[in-house]
Design a binder for this molecule. Structure first.
Ligand code: MV4
Length: 504
């Protein structure tokens, strides 16, 4: 096992990796930009190296700086987390060439799966079901028309170098095709420097279900079941669950075997995720494979009991996976809410500021993977995700109730956050039924916004809360606030009660 590992990331995922290192007895090295000099990951690591100014392009994305930091500190391995350099083939190669161990898949697998057309070709060869469509880039509009007529409208144009929805266009009728192809090519060229576009049959109203895989260097490739990630907005996931309400044990076994076949065909090692679309008839289609640890990995950890980040490190060190596929069965239910610095009542506008107060939820079945603390400055240099609130319970209903309770405990002052959004989601009838697709949230948002109380009522409630708290405080003087008894039947009353009971 390594004695020292460098974490090439920041925020909650850097802390997650540092925690795994500590449990494995490995010393950790953090890297940080000017903006992160006092960030929790810098303090929690055993050592830290400054790598540049706040913009990621001048710090966290500079491979050479990170390799220098590893040399300076004598680290033997590098964990990239997610985002930043985690899926850059050149960096995985540079790490290996510099004599360090890359905690991730081989550079060759990253390359093979990075091109969506190459990944489709590989999947087809491995017998993995893909959406009907082409596996090569379209030459021109005439070819696109031929393919579209063969599969039938609507079709979806996708960037070969894509992922994340950029360069994608739905085409519902023949007369839209030529313009949509030009637009998709332009967008693909801008986003990826490559205008190759291919076409698939458009699947209407599916769920996004992904399978976690884990493979070692000794030929074992396992799947750890699915995550349901359909609650998303503009390709940003908001809520993830494990297992999925739409996946039976029989479907799980088939999707899992499919994901294992795709991973094997790519020569995959370490943790990875196969993304699928699942339609309402139970048909599933391979979309792409993500070659990194994902944001939502904790829900899989909670229902399988397998520590994915520890195993990433152990696999990289050459350990063998000791698990038996048949014994990896999800137990209970886990839900994750992404707590972002976004104002959902203002179109998810990014919010900035200094965190002045933070109450982190705790109690049974609650996990907080966060990267903030009181005093943290939330700016616009990095991703708006502040933390992940994850709960575990015996059933889906119990997990939803637990998440609602945990969100009520959560207090963040200083920036607007997605907390309110998640509370409304946990109260929503359709969400509670699990009656959701990838289009559901965007269609639901107007209703969620309309459901908010009129501003003047909110103001009146806040003033009333302040008055109740103040009169209770005056009534009790300096004695313990035992007499405060405003009943907590509404959000404002509960705020007033808590405020009144807080030691002043
Ligand atoms: C699709 C699709 C429908 N039909 N492909 C979005 C990003 C990329 N990973 C693939 N994506 C989609 N591909 C076919 N043939 C719908 C989506 C899609 C989507 C997929 C997963 C999660 C969220 C999504 C949101 C919009 C569209």
């Amino acid at each position: 096992m390594f004695t020292k590992l460098l974490v090439a990331n920041r925020g909650e995922i850097a802390l997650r990796v540092i925690r795994a290192c500590r449990e494995l007895g490995i010393r950790s090295v953090a890297v940080y930009s000017d903006a992160d000099a006092t960030s929790p990951h810098v303090r929690e690591a055993d050592e830290a190296v400054h790598i540049g100014p706040a913009p990621a392009a001048q710090s966290y994305l500079l491979g050479d700086r990170i390799l220098d930091a590893a040399r300076q500190t004598g680290a033997q391995a590098i964990h990239p987390g997610y985002g930043f350099l985690s899926e850059r083939e050149w960096f995985a190669r540079a790490v290996r060439d510099a004599g360090f161990v890359w905690v991730g898949p081989p550079a060759e697998a990253i390359a093979a799966l990075g091109s969506k057309t190459a990944a489709r070709t590989l999947a087809v060869a491995a017998g993995v079901p893909v959406v009907p469509g082409t596996t090569t880039a379209l030459r021109d509009a005439a070819e696109a028309m031929g393919v579209a007529e063969q599969f039938g409208f609507p079709v979806l144009l996708k960037a070969a170098a894509g992922g994340g929805g950029k360069g994608m266009r739905v085409v519902r009728a023949p007369e839209e095709l030529e313009g949509a192809l030009a637009a998709a090519k332009r967008e693909a060229l801008n986003a990826f420097g490559d205008d190759a576009v291919y076409v698939e049959k458009y699947i209407e109203g599916p769920r996004h279900v992904e399978i976690q895989v884990l493979g070692d260097h000794h030929g074992t490739m396992l799947h750890l079941g699915e995550r349901e990630c359909s609650v998303q907005r503009r390709h940003q996931k908001m809520i993830e669950e494990a297992p999925s309400i739409a996946v039976s044990p029989e479907l799980r076994a088939r999707m899992g075997a499919t994901a294992v076949a795709a991973a094997r065909a790519a020569g995959y090692v370490n943790a990875g995720t196969c993304e699928f679309l699942l339609d309402r008839h139970g048909n599933f289609y391979f979309l792409e494979m993500n070659t990194r640890i994902q944001v939502e990995h904790p829900v899989t950890e909670l229902v399988t009991g397998i520590d994915l980040v520890q195993w990433q490190i152990r696999i990289a060190a050459g350990d063998r996976l000791p698990f038996v596929q048949e014994l990896i069965v999800p137990r209970g239910w886990a839900i994750e809410c992404r707590i972002t610095s976004e104002d959902f009542q203002n179109g998810f506008l990014p919010s900035t500021g200094r965190i002045t107060h933070l109450q982190i939820p705790s109690g049974p079945g609650v996990r907080w993977d966060g990267g903030i603390e009181v005093g943290s400055d939330v700016g616009l240099f990095y991703d708006p995700m502040l933390a992940k609130l994850i709960v575990y319970a015996g059933t889906r209903d119990a997990a939803i109730a637990r998440m609602h309770r945990a969100l009520l405990e959560l207090e963040i002052v200083g920036v607007e956050t997605s907390r309110e959004f998640h509370l409304r989601m946990m109260e929503d009838e359709e969400f509670r039924r699990g009656d959701i697709t990838i289009q559901w949230l965007e269609a639901k948002l107007p209703e969620l916004n309309a459901a908010r109380p009129p501003e003047k009522h909110v103001r009146a409630a806040v003033i009333a809360a302040a008055l109740i708290a103040e009169s209770d405080r005056n009534a009790i003087g300096v004695a313990p606030p035992a007499r405060v008894n405003a009943s907590a039947t509404s959000a404002w009353a509960s705020t007033a009660r808590r405020e009144g009971l807080r030691p002043s």
